[in-house]
Design a binder for this molecule. Structure first.
Ligand code: P6P
Length: 336
């Protein structure tokens, strides 16, 4: 890649010129989301100095105690996106129902879904966290927007990405033509293209899973992890390393950067739930990014992006990353 600095705006304009599927309203939406992520990054960066660490006094729709920064990030995204005329409505992990753009603003043709601050348990201990977002198009018919309009399979996304607030603040984005990464230049206050055409190696020696749940896993997951732990002397014939940041954005960023497999599978702690992670604003955007980078994403049995959602906040089992590893774990589930 040449050493000229390409801004997010220039990248999106040039992508539109070359590929023609980033209409101006979608480009505006992505630039607004990026600006909102910059604001969230500033708030996260302040930490204790900003008086924003620690728990709020409220629970989110999942019944989880909210952190102050969860609420701040949610409000930043709502306020940044509601007036631009590019959205019909928004949905967030932090809100029970959808947020319809108020009548005082023009309604657009896109739907924005987000986890405003994923990895909240890491906020107070200064470990990377992030914002995950997914963009869908409003269905064609002209009636008003409701929750049902959001219930589209992940393969219908028109854009997806995340912003990781770590040692660098990096925006990672796909509009269906591969994955690009933009690092925030704090002096200029702009996101600068630092990597494009991201590729995940098909094989890996690194797996990510919360090992403390081992006794609750289903047999196929236990088999896969046991084989990794058996190392050179085992059936895999090589040693594996393990990582678990407990921040999906950080784990996925590592996998996009150097490969690996991330698993948050169904387990028998809450057998009625298909998994912990949410389909619409965690698994779908991350699954598309990983596929766009040559990886794979399944729920153990089927492609995540083919799952037809039944509820806005439904959960899903997630296995994603290096293609050959994901296919191996999936084959242990399906017997194929
Ligand atoms: P556990 C963060 O709360 C999150 O939703 C994901 O970002 C992360 O991968 C997972 O949950 C961590 O869960 O059970 O290991 O704390």
């Amino acid at each position: 890649m040449s050493n000229k600095r390409i801004s997010l705006t220039r990248y999106l304009v040039e992508q539109q010129r070359v590929h023609g599927h980033i209409p101006s309203q979608l480009r505006l939406l992505l630039e607004v989301v990026a600006r909102a992520c910059k604001s969230i990054s500033q708030a996260v960066n302040k930490g204790d100095l900003g008086g924003v660490l620690g728990a709020a006094t409220t629970e989110n729709v999942q019944g989880e105690m909210q952190k102050q920064l969860d609420i701040i990030a949610n409000e930043v995204l709502i306020e940044a996106n509601e007036w631009g005329g590019h959205l019909a409505a928004m949905a967030s992990e932090e809100m029970e129902g959808i947020y319809v753009v108020p009548n005082r603003y023009p309604q657009g043709e896109y739907l924005l879904l987000f986890d405003p601050l994923d990895g909240s348990s890491n906020i107070d201990v200064n470990v990377s966290i992030g914002t995950i977002f997914s963009v869908l198009r409003m269905p064609e018919d002209d009636r008003g927007v409701d929750e049902g309009d959001f219930l589209q399979a992940g393969h219908r996304q028109v854009a997806a990405g995340y912003c990781v607030y770590g040692p660098q603040t990096t925006l990672v984005l796909t509009v269906g033509d591969g994955v690009a990464m933009f690092t925030l230049d704090r002096e200029q206050g702009s996101f600068v293209l630092t990597k494009e055409d991201v590729q995940i190696p098909p094989d890996t020696k690194e797996f990510a899973i919360n090992m403390s749940n081992m006794r609750h896993w289903d047999a196929p997951v236990k088999r896969y992890v046991d084989e990794c732990l058996a190392g050179k002397e085992g059936p895999r014939g090589k040693d594996f390393n393990m990582r678990w940041v407990a921040s999906m954005v950080a784990d996925v960023h590592r996998i996009l950067t150097r490969g690996g497999i991330f698993m948050y599978p169904w387990d028998k702690r809450e057998p009625e739930k298909p998994g912990k992670l949410r389909l619409m604003y965690e698994a779908n955007p991350m699954g598309w990014l990983v596929e766009q980078a040559g990886g794979a994403a399944t729920n153990g049995k089927q492609r995540i992006l083919d799952i037809q959602p039944g509820k806005l906040h439904e959960r899903v089992s997630v296995i994603l990353g290096s293609k050959n590893e994901v296919e191996r774990v999936t084959s242990y589930h399906t017997g194929l």
